[in-house]
Design a protein around this ligand. Structure first.
Ligand code: ARG
Length: 260
């Protein structure tokens, strides 16, 4: 017994890792587990939002928490505005960003992304009584709301022009969709999961969604770390791999989105 216990301790390359998994079952005394500060814009249901007790919850939160469990580290989520979020990584105020962030080539210049953990696509929401929007192109003559600096903002810029006065930008997705509810714009464009969730939960406003698979490419969400933080990135990727392999990921996915 003693020998094998000794062997286990002796062969761990980093004392941290075996201690971390033991700590979750047994006494927390041993563990010197790293805790990372995670930035998330918690106004993005069902991915990250605040529940009635003001706790930050959602799909991304559960996925990253499970990843941390498997990866042998801890996470602390901090509500962080979307605008300026990327800068918090570079400044060292946040270690990880978990915010339904689409992996793009441009963003890869300034931060490192984990393996993708979710596939999304842009989706159009149109206001009550707007019947002439069948495709993305039909937004050419419309006023469109987006969340500033998102991939939704990017696609709409391509259609209407970066400085077009037909684009109304908001600091959060709920504010963009509120504008649609009240008729300030004809449409809003954003990530499908969030748009569907909002339209479904606010039926009294008569908004509907328009899908355009031709115009919108699939997007992949990743967790972001500071450029060059390979050690943390490796831990996150190992955790993602583990939760995909053991069914934890599917369990969380099904809880939020039903079976694939
Ligand atoms: N996926 C989109 C992007 O990366 C929108 C993400 C917005 N996330 C949020 N929590 N507000 O640009």
């Amino acid at each position: 017994m003693l020998l094998s216990a000794f062997a286990v301790v002796g062969c761990g390359k980093k004392a941290e890792e075996p201690a971390a998994s033991a700590a979750s079952e047994a006494a927390p005394a041993v563990a010197q587990v790293a805790e990372y500060v995670v930035g998330t814009d918690a106004s993005y249901a069902p991915f990250e939002f605040q529940n009635d007790q003001n706790q930050i919850v959602g799909f991304d939160i559960e996925v990253l928490s499970a990843v941390a469990d498997k990866g042998g580290f801890k996470v602390k989520f901090v509500n962080t505005p979307w605008e300026g979020m990327f800068a918090t990584l570079a400044q060292g105020d946040r270690d990880i960003l978990s915010s339904a962030i689409t992996i793009t080539d441009e963003r890869k210049q300034s931060m490192d992304f984990s393996e993708p953990y979710f596939e999304a696509r842009q989706l159009i929401a149109v206001g009550k009584g707007v019947t002439d929007v069948k495709t993305f192109q039909d937004l050419k003559s419309k006023k469109v709301a987006v969340q500033t600096g998102t991939t939704g903002d990017e696609v709409v810029q391509k259609l209407l022009g970066k400085t077009s006065s037909s684009i109304k930008r908001f600091e959060s997705m709920p504010l963009a969709l509120k504008e649609l509810e009240t008729g300030g714009v004809d449409a809003a464009v954003g990530d499908n999961g969030v748009v569907i969730n909002y339209v479904k939960n606010n039926p009294q406003h008569g908004m509907t969604t328009v899908e355009d698979l031709q115009s919108f490419a699939p997007e992949y969400y990743g967790f972001a770390v500071k450029k060059g933080n390979q050690e943390l990135l490796d831990k996150v990727n190992a955790g993602i791999k583990a939760i995909k392999a053991d069914g934890t990921y599917d369990q969380i996915f099904n809880k939020y989105f039903g079976t694939k």
